[in-house]
Design a protein around this ligand. Structure first.
Ligand code: TGC
Ligand code: FAD
Length: 320
């Protein structure tokens, strides 16, 4: 739509204020499916998939994580072989948002004939040997379906390989955009939890006074709004840098890590202000808190983002 990065961020903020699962849907569709097709695909691929994805007539998912390779995607074992007129894809992906409902999957796999270089392939529902079992029993992000992607000798047409970038940098480049969206989105969660607790503190009477009149409640609320304001400034500045194409991966990591942690802290404090009511689904706080346990893990865990920051400031990688 031609909007700038801060507008995009504000949209993510308001969507995640509703539910992180809804923002997940938008992050995956926009940053992780449409972005690689637009950036790494050719014109034919763009015309085939982007209009339907943009209109919401088609849902996509993004397959990077594998059962044995989460934080370390470069170890992936999903591979494809060149069979002349098609590629033969084998392997499995796990923890994939929207896999059970997706029409297409952008899948990252190693090419057997180019010494294991990673490429993106678009795999379409209905291709023989391609299944998407649902992951059951999630107590977090329940509004967002999660599943696997299983490839058993799937014949993928050569026209479905994204030709314009290969290597781990290709999927990681998509993550920059999605992690930026999470930075804004989790501010929406923090603001919703803070607002809920503030309203409740003025209405709930104990010891003859609104609980908001006690200094300990005010301490919680004052600290929440201070931290939210600091995070808004961090995120706004990142948006300015992104508009100027100057935001780095490490800066995005810092904001994702800081803001998810901030939202978790605010949610836990806000829940306490609601007392017993805080654990019910009459209020949104507990649902947000449970959702954030996924958000702090996906798109790079809290500790992986710390290591990305550590790498940036010392020049020394501590991942392995
Ligand atoms: P490393 O050697 O650091 O990098 C490999 C190559 O990639 C380049 N690169 C990037 N390029 C573009 N953008 C970035 N953000 C990049 N980060 C790195 C890098 O320059 C290098 O290029 P080249 O040309 O030299 O080969 O790679 P490493 O194997 O040491 O790994 C580094 C590490 C640990 C930071 C990385 O693997 C990582 O970020 N791990 C976390 C995994 C992760 O975030 N997975 C997310 C899965 S998708 C998901 O969770 C979606 S949830 C969606 C939802 O529901 O909202
Ligand atoms: P692991 O990598 O096994 O990590 C376990 C623990 O070990 C973590 O605390 C981690 O920080 C720590 N650890 C790992 N390596 C190190 C290290 N070097 N130093 C210190 N500590 C370390 N993936 C996709 O590809 N697409 C999706 O759409 C998607 N959606 C998801 C939706 C949900 C609800 C969830 C929960 C996950 C989703 N993921 C998706 C996967 C997500 O990106 C991974 O869960 C995440 O990258 C972590 O991988 P893992 O779960 O295998 O944990």
């Amino acid at each position: 739509m031609g909007l700038d990065q801060i507008s995009y961020g504000l949209i993510m903020q308001e969507i995640e204020r509703v539910d992180s699962g809804l923002r997940s849907l938008c992050s995956v569709q926009g940053s992780l499916v449409m972005y690689p097709i637009w950036k790494y695909g050719n014109e034919e691929q763009r015309m085939k998939w982007l209009p339907k994805l943009a209109a919401g007539k088609m849902i996509g998912c993004f397959g990077l994580t594998e059962p044995d390779h989460g934080s370390n995607p470069s170890g992936m074992v999903t591979t494809f072989q060149d069979k002349g007129d098609h590629y033969l894809l084998n392997g499995a992906k796990m923890w994939i948002s929207n896999s059970p409902i997706a029409d297409i999957a952008v899948v990252w796999a190693k090419a057997e004939n180019t010494e294991g270089r990673i490429h993106g392939l678009v795999v379409e529902r209905g291709m023989e040997g391609f299944t998407t079992p649902t992951t059951h029993g999630k107590l977090s992000l329940r509004a967002s379906p999660t599943g696997e992607l299983v490839f058993d000798n799937v014949k993928v047409p050569k026209a479905n390989l994204l030709p314009n970038k290969s290597g781990l940098g290709a999927p990681l480049g998509c993550l920059d955009s999605a992690r930026y969206g999470i930075s804004w989105g989790t501010l929406g969660v923090a603001m919703e939890c803070y607002d809920t607790a503030l309203r409740y503190s003025k209405e709930r009477i104990q010891f003859g006074k609104p609980i908001g009149q006690f200094q300990l409640t005010q301490k919680k609320l004052a600290e929440m709004i201070t931290e939210i304001t600091k995070a808004q400034l961090l995120t706004w500045r990142l948006g300015v840098l992104k508009n100027e194409n100057r935001a780095t991966t490490a800066q995005i990591s810092m904001a994702k890590r800081n803001n998810v942690h901030l939202a978790l802290t605010v949610a836990r404090e806000a829940r306490q202000i609601l007392g017993g009511m805080g654990i019910t689904n009459e209020y949104p706080i507990m649902r947000h808190m449970m959702n954030l346990e996924s958000v702090v893990t996906y798109e790079g865990t809290h500790d992986i983002h710390l290591l990305i920051t550590g790498h940036e400031v010392t020049g020394l990688a501590a991942f392995k």
